[in-house]
Design a protein around this ligand. Sequence first.
Ligand code: AMP
Length: 295
Amino acid sequence: MTAACRLARVPSPRMRIIRTIPELAALHGGVFVPTMGALHDGHFALVREASRLSATLNGSAPVVVSIFVNPTQFNDPADLARYPRTLDKDAAGCAAAGADIIFAPDVQTMYPPGAPIAVPTLPEVATRPGLEDAHRPGHFAGVCQVVRRLFDLVCPAAAVFGEKDWQQLQVLKAMTLQERLSIRIVGAPTVRDDDGLAMSSRNVFLSADERTRALSISRALREASRHSTIAAAEAAMKAGITEQGLLIEYAVIRQAFTLMPLDSGPSPDSPARALIAARCGRVRLIDNAPWPAGN
Ligand code: AMP
């Protein structure tokens, strides 16, 4: 057992669901996990990581999970309308993973009518790479707006985000620095199903056939590591995914933190990341991994 495991707290039997801002006042300084609900084991791993962090900070720092389907980060109204909502199941999983509080505000609480919530200035990693920024216009403005607002309300000491949304993680690290917030941003590894598919709340919309074809994405990330040049790795990723009938938005190797093209190969100071977005039927999937693997 690792030291971190020994420090992990027991599941929280008294977890509460709160919906209003005044109820957050007594909970500042905690470890925060922002989500949109429809939670799966990837999310619960973040909550467990938050619980471990809380134990290392000072055992009484509350673990706060927010569940809010943020309308401002959806660039497709149909995607927003059908986004799964499963609060009871989410609450049971959060309690088992060590959450103390679920903050589940409604839209009026987050965005009070007549009181516009500012969008922070977007860092370059949210606007320049031509990846999620180009394919989901307005998405990072919505993400930064809601996370900044949640940070103001929850006032955490640390916040945990998944590496599954790698560009988002870089954007939020940069935004936190730029806004001079003293919040530690912690990344947690992507949780996958046994067959390699990255867990996602949207996977429930995949048919059995689509789910099988979607495996070409994680396979492509593994395949990329067998190639020693960026061009060969990108070509191999694209071939494997296209062969399965998915529509690629991007399948690239980039500098891991700026997400810009690399001038030369990766180095210990400047690692690289393979990043993929592709549509499988009506489901948009994203995934990423270090390139080459293990870096
Ligand atoms: P979401 O509610 O899906 O927008 O995601 C909430 C948080 O969970 C974000 O920080 C995501 O990066 C993270 N997350 C989603 N899926 C996974 C996964 N499979 N593994 C690890 N973290 C994840």
